[in-house]
Write a protein that binds this ligand. Structure first.
Ligand code: MG
Length: 282
C-alpha cells in the first residue's frame, strides 16, 4: 500500500489475514490512517464474525480524520460496546470480540501512537531492533504470571492460555486499557490476533519484521509463519511504519510503555470464561 499523509505523521503500512485451519475467519481489521485495529470475534462462528465486524464498523467514522485523540477513540469504543450488545438474533448473547491497535495521534506538536487493548490480541513496537509488547493481555495466564504463579514458558502450554478475562460483549462490561507512546521515525508497529502470537514466538516475530523492509511483505510473511507453525486459529496482522513524525528530534523517547488509562478492575465484571467454543484449541 502507498504511504499516506496524516497531519504530522507519515506512515506506510500493510495488512494480511487468513482463516488458518478454521472453517471461517472471525477476525476483522481496519488498516486506514489514522486507525490500525484488529478485532478477534468469539461466541460461535456467526456471533464471532458479527461481533468483530460490529467493533471495527464502530471505528470507521474516525478513519476519515487526519488523526485522533483519546476522547474520540474512547467514544468510538463506547459505540463498539453498544453495537455488540445490540446484536440481533438468537444465540448471540455470548458474542464478543477482542480489540487492539494503534491510532495516529498528536499532542503539543508531537506525534504519538495511541494504543488500546481489551482481550488478548496484541500490539507490539519494534524500535532499535527490539520488539516490545505494548498491550498487556487480559487473560487468565497473564494474571497468573503477574501473581508469580506461572512462568512465561509455562504459559505457552497452559491449557487456560486461550481464556480471556475482558472483551467487548460476551457478558463483559470491561473498558479498554490505553497507552500514549511517543512515535519516532523508524518505529514499526505490529498489531495481530492471537492466531499469530499464539503460534510464533516473539523472537521469530522480531526476526521476520527485521528481515522484511516492506510492511506488506512483513505482514504476509508473518501470516505464512503462523500457518507453517500450525495455523490453528484465524490470523490477522497489520504492520505500520512511521516514515516521518512531528516533534521527534528533541522529544524524549519513552522506552517502556506505561498505560495512561487503565480500566479500574473494580468497575469491570470479571468474566474468566469468556472465551468458549471458538477459542478452544485442538
Ligand atoms: Mg483468535
Amino acid at each position: 500500500m502507498s504511504p499516506l499523509v496524516g497531519t504530522g505523521m507519515r506512515v506506510r503500512f500493510g495488512a494480511a489475514t487468513d482463516r488458518g485451519r478454521r472453517p471461517n475467519n472471525e477476525d476483522a481489521y481496519l488498516a486506514r490512517p489514522p486507525l490500525f485495529l484488529v478485532a478477534d470475534g468469539m461466541g460461535g462462528h456467526i456471533g464471532g464474525e458479527r461481533a468483530s465486524r460490529a467493533v471495527i464498523d464502530a471505528f470507521e467514522p474516525l478513519a476519515s480524520r487526519a488523526m485522533v485523540d483519546m476522547a474520540a477513540v474512547r467514544a468510538a469504543f463506547g459505540d463498539a460496546v453498544a453495537a455488540v450488545e445490540a446484536l440481533p438474533g438468537e444465540g448471540l448473547a455470548a458474542a464478543g470480540a477482542t480489540l487492539t491497535g494503534a491510532c495516529l495521534s498528536e499532542n503539543d506538536g508531537r506525534s504519538y501512537w495511541l494504543v488500546l487493548n481489551v482481550g488478548d490480541s496484541r500490539t507490539y513496537r519494534l524500535a532499535a531492533g527490539e520488539l516490545e509488547q505494548i498491550s498487556v493481555d487480559h487473560s487468565v495466564v497473564q494474571e497468573l504470571m503477574d501473581a508469580g504463579r506461572l512462568t512465561e514458558a509455562g504459559a505457552e502450554t497452559d491449557p487456560r492460555r486461550h481464556v480471556i478475562t475482558r472483551a467487548i460483549g460476551a457478558g463483559s462490561s470491561a473498558d479498554a486499557d490505553y497507552w500514549l507512546i511517543p512515535a519516532d521515525q523508524g518505529d514499526r508497529v505490529l498489531i495481530c490476533s492471537d492466531g499469530l502470537s499464539g503460534e510464533v514466538a516473539a523472537d521469530r516475530l522480531r526476526d521476520a519484521l527485521l528481515a522484511e523492509p516492506d510492511p506488506q511483505a512483513a505482514a504476509t510473511r508473518l501470516v505464512h509463519e503462523a500457518l507453517l507453525h500450525g495455523g490453528h486459529d484465524n490470523i490477522t496482522v497489520i504492520v505500520v511504519d512511521a516514515l516521518e513524525v512531528s516533534g521527534g528530534e528533541d522529544a524524549q523517547t519513552t522506552p517502556v510503555a506505561t498505560p495512561v488509562f487503565t480500566a479500574d478492575p473494580d468497575d469491570t465484571v470479571p468474566t474468566p470464561h469468556l472465551r468458549t467454543a471458538t477459542k478452544e484449541q485442538p
